[in-house]
Design a protein around this ligand. Structure first.
Ligand code: SF4
Ligand code: SF4
Length: 166
């Protein structure tokens, strides 16, 4: 008999405890900046608002690629006006585990974690993100294209869902 009441008490306690799960995709948890998918940071001082040209913080030292546990980063270097810049910078999204190590090890503040993470695609080739796709333009509306406008909408949704969870 005691066992029965103990079981019922446990059921009742569990029933009254708030759920820790979220109803994805309607509800989403915000992810910490340093654990998002790595994007290349733009040097804000270098932005030319007329030509929309800019330079990256990244100088293509290759440290992120060396430290990536899954070896999914490819980087080569070129010189632009005497400044070292990434020529090729690619990440294979299919192999990235969003660990943030590349962001942590960069000595030049070259990478930032993007708040988005839904990148699944049936074609493996589409999962190789090039330098342009990895450029984090969100903070600079003057450089926005259609992708950033889409992101902005998604981020607003994320903020909305995150707020609902607080
Ligand atoms: S560690 Fe930083 S500066 Fe070096 S290649 Fe990676 S992002 Fe660029
Ligand atoms: S987040 Fe981790 S797995 Fe992804 S590219 Fe950076 S170091 Fe590699």
């Amino acid at each position: 008999m005691i066992g029965l009441f103990k079981g019922l008490a446990l059921t009742l306690r569990t029933y009254l405890t708030p759920a820790v799960t979220v109803q994805y995709p309607e509800e989403r948890l915000p992810i910490p900046e340093r654990q998002g998918f790595p994007n290349l940071k733009i040097d804000p001082e270098s932005i030319d608002t007329q030509t929309r040209e800019f330079r990256y913080n990244c100088n293509a030292c290759g440290l992120c690629a060396k430290n990536c546990p899954n070896q999914v980063i490819t980087v080569t270097r070129k010189d632009i006006d005497g400044r070292k810049q990434p020529d090729v910078y690619e990440i294979d999204v299919g192999g990235c585990m969003f660990c943030g190590i590349c962001i942590e090890v960069c000595p030049f503040d070259g990478l930032v974690g993007s708040p988005l993470y839904e990148m699944a695609h049936p074609d493996n080739k589409a999962l190789i993100y090039d330098k342009d796709m990895l450029t984090y333009r969100l903070e600079y509306p003057v450089l926005w294209g259609e992708k950033e406008r889409k992101w902005q909408r998604k981020i607003k949704e994320l903020r909305y869902y995150s707020k609902r969870l607080k």
